[in-house]
Design a binder for this molecule. Structure first.
Ligand code: UT7
Length: 329
C-alpha cells in the first residue's frame, strides 16, 4: 500500500418518480396514426408515463430526490449541491435545481441545471464528481428530470410515440480513502463529448431568444440512431481504457433508454451479454435525462444491482452530446 489518499464520489442512494398516468401503445394509437406493432418492432417501447397538469419537472424531481435521500439514510439538510439535468425546466429561469432545493428545505448550497438533453445526467454526474472531489461540496443530489410530453408535437407520429416523463436521482458523497483500495466504492472514470455540427438532427424549434415560444421537439431519427451506436460504443471503450478494464469487468451497463435496438447494437459492438444491460425502455420509453437514473433505481430496488458491482452509465442525445461514467457502487 502506498498510503496515498484520494477523494472519491460514492453513490449513497437512489430514488425515482413517475407520473400517475401510464399510456400504452394501444391507447396512443387511438389519437395518433400508429400501431402497437410498429412501435414495439422499431423501438421496444410498450408504454410510457405522461405527466398531468399538476405534475411538473420540479415536482417529479423533488419526489425522486426525497426517495434518494431516504435510501441514503441522510437528512435533506446534509445536501449542499443539487444539479438537475433537464431540457424541460418548469420555467426558463430560475433553475429547476433551486426549486427542488427550496422544496427540500436545504437552501444555501450550490444549485443549478445542466442542459445536455438525453446525456444530461452523465454531464451532471461528471460535474458533481468534480465539485465533490475539489472540495466544493460534501453531499450532492444529481437528478435527471423531464416532462418531454410538454414539448412533443402530438401530430408528428415519428416522434410523439417515443418519449415519456419521469425523474431519477442519486445521492453522491465525497469520501476519502486509500488510492490503492481497488474494491472501494466510487466513481472511477468519466468522459463527455459534444459535436455541435449535428445540432439540427435533434432539437426544439423554439426558445426565449428566437421565437419567444417553448417550441416542439424535431428529430431526424435515422441519423440519430446511426450516430448513437457509433458514439456510445466509442465512449464506452474510451472509459474502459481509462480505467484499465474490459467489458468483461462490468457487472452492469445502465444505458440511456431511447430504443431497444440501440441498446442491443451497442452491447453487441462491445461483446457485452444482453443480460448485463438494464432495460426499461419498454415501460418508460425515452425519458431523456431521467432515463439513466430511473433505470438504475429500478435495478437497485429489484436487487439486480448490489453493493460492490461495477456499473457503467452511458447516454447520447441532442447536440449531439454523449458520455459515460464508470462507478463501483
Ligand atoms: O434520446 C436521444 C436519442 N434518440 C434516439 O436515439 C432515437 C434514434 N432513432 C430511432 O430510434 C429510430 O430511428 C426511430 C424509432 C425514430 C424510427 O425508426 P426507423 O426504423 O429509423 O424508422 P424510419 O424513420 O425509417 O421510418 C420507417 C417508416 C416510415 O414510413 P415509410 O417512409 O417507410 O413509408 C415512417 O413514416 O415508418 C413510418 N413511421 C411510423 N409508422 C407507424 C414513422 N413513425 C411511425 C409511427 N407509426 N409512429
Amino acid at each position: 500500500m502506498s498510503g496515498q489518499r484520494v477523494r472519491r464520489s460514492v453513490i449513497r442512494g437512489s430514488g425515482s418518480a413517475l407520473p400517475e398516468t401510464c399510456v400504452t401503445n394501444a391507447e396512443l394509437a387511438k389519437r395518433v396514426d400508429t400501431t402497437d406493432e410498429w412501435i414495439v418492432e422499431r423501438t421496444g417501447i410498450r408504454a410510457r408515463y405522461i405527466a398531468n397538469a399538476s405534475e411538473t419537472t420540479s415536482s417529479l424531481a423533488t419526489l425522486a430526490a426525497q426517495r434518494a435521500i431516504a435510501a441514503a439514510g441522510i437528512a435533506a439538510s446534509d445536501i449542499d449541491l443539487i444539479i438537475v439535468a433537464t431540457a424541460t425546466p418548469d420555467q426558463t429561469f430560475p433553475a429547476c435545481a433551486t426549486i427542488v432545493q427550496h422544496n427540500l428545505g436545504c437552501n444555501g448550497g450550490i444549485a443549478f441545471d445542466v442542459a445536455a438533453v438525453c446525456s444530461g445526467f452523465l454531464y451532471a454526474m461528471t460535474t458533481a464528481d468534480a465539485l465533490l472531489r475539489g472540495g466544493n461540496a460534501r453531499r450532492a443530489l444529481v437528478i435527471g428530470a423531464e416532462t418531454f410530453s410538454r414539448i412533443l408535437d402530438w401530430d408528428d407520429r415519428t416522434t410523439c410515440v417515443l418519449f415519456g416523463d419521469g425523474a431519477g436521482a442519486l445521492v453522491l458523497e465525497a469520501v476519502d480513502g486509500d488510492a490503492d483500495d481497488m474494491a472501494a466504492p466510487g466513481i472511477i472514470a468519466t468522459r463527455l463529448h459534444a459535436d455541435g455540427a449535428y445540432n439540427d438532427m435533434l432539437y426544439v424549434d423554439g426558445g426565449p431568444s428566437t421565437t419567444q415560444t417553448v417550441g416542439k421537439l424535431r428529430m431526424k431519427g435515422r441519423e440519430v440512431f446511426r450516430h448513437a451506436v457509433v458514439n456510445l460504443a466509442s465512449v464506452l471503450a474510451e472509459v474502459l481504457a481509462v480505467a484499465g478494464m474490459t467489458s468483461a469487468d462490468l457487472d452492469w451497463v445502465v444505458p440511456h433508454q431511447a430504443n431497444y435496438r440501440i441498446l442491443d447494437a451497442t452491447a453487441r459492438k462491445l461483446s457485452l451479454p444482453a443480460e448485463k444491460v438494464i432495460v426499461t425502455v419498454d415501460h418508460h420509453a425515452n425519458t431523456s435525462a431521467a432515463s439513466v437514473p430511473l433505470a438504475y433505481d429500478e435495478a437497485v430496488r429489484d436487487g439486480r444491482i448490489r453493493p460492490g458491482h461495477m456499473v457503467m452509465f452511458e447516454a447520447m442525445g441532442g447536440g449531439f452530446t454523449w458520455g459515460a461514467v464508470l462507478a463501483r457502487v
